[in-house]
Design a protein around this ligand. Structure first.
Ligand SMILES: Nc1ncnc2c1ncn2[C@@H]1O[C@H](COP(=O)(O)OP(=O)(O)OP(=O)(O)O)[C@@H](O)[C@H]1O
Length: 235
């Protein structure tokens, strides 16, 4: 049996402002397997980022449980949650947040200097196809290349999970596809469980499973029998 990396039961996040309660997540049950590629799709405000942030230890649910392997994240104190995040989670966001005065190599080295069992920065950059560009500064790289540096930075500490919120949101299709290719390459070579939020429906074809969100719930789960390669995508 494949081990679960995340197990959520009745996971709920409610925001209350005055008389109004917003159920950002409403009783979500979910298991995500080790090495899975999962795409989250759904309209704006349907709860995708809320779930991703709770999985990444950036936020806490109002009720329900979330296990990472056999650790109950909902039980952890703030300091332990920070440690969980540091040791096990890589994040990729729509905007790359690279340090402009540092080269690609140095941006990745910032992370590897403090990680427990990191990859070498050059190896992390090679994994996303940027070995030739590692001494360039962010301003000398295209948007897609900068995002690949951000992916190298996120995975250089060998996290168990890579959480991506709109990783291609700022990119044209050609560079976006290259970024998806980099994410799939990392998943294949390091076995990193990868969860991708996107508004781009064609990206669902690269996933093992697609979770469709509506009103704080998972309204449908689709399992893809075959996963497409990034190069087969177009949008
Ligand atoms: N800090 C907050 N305070 C109050 N309400 C919030 C907060 N964060 C999120 N929400 C609300 O929770 C709901 C779910 O938001 P969430 O960001 O998870 O949606 P999403 O599916 O990721 O949307 P998008 O695709 O636009 O990023 C929305 O109605 C949002 O307005």
């Amino acid at each position: 049996m494949t081990q679960s990396v995340f197990t959520a039961t009745a996971l709920t996040k409610t925001y209350v402002s005055g008389e109004v309660a917003v159920h950002a997540l409403n009783n979500v049950d979910l298991e995500i397997a080790e090495r899975e590629v999962v795409v989250l799709l759904g309209p704006s405000g349907s709860g995708k980022t809320t779930l991703l942030n709770i999985m990444g230890g950036l936020d806490r649910p109002t009720s329900g449980r979330l296990f990472f392997r056999d650790i109950d994240l909902t039980d952890l104190e703030d300091r332990e949650l920070t440690k969980y995040r540091r040791d096990h989670v890589g994040f990729v966001f729509q905007f790359y947040n690279l340090v402009p005065s540092l080269t690609a190599y140095e941006n990745v080295a910032l992370v590897t200097e403090v990680a427990k069992n990191p990859m070498r920065p050059a190896d992390a950059l090679a994994l996303v196809g940027l070995e030739e560009r590692m001494h360039h500064f962010p301003a000398q790289l295209s948007g897609g290349e900068q995002q690949r540096v951000a992916i190298a930075r996120a995975i250089a500490k060998r996290p168990a999970v890579l959480l991506c919120d709109e990783p291609t949101g700022a990119l044209d299709s050609k560079t976006g596809i290259r970024v998806i290719e980099a994410l799939l390459g990392v998943n294949r070579q390091l076995g990193t469980t990868t969860i991708i939020i996107t508004h781009n429906a064609s990206i669902q074809q690269v996933a093992d499973r697609v979770l469709f969100f509506a009103d704080g719930r998972i309204s449908r789960i689709q399992r893809n029998e075959t996963r497409r390669e990034a190069a087969e995508l177009s949008w």
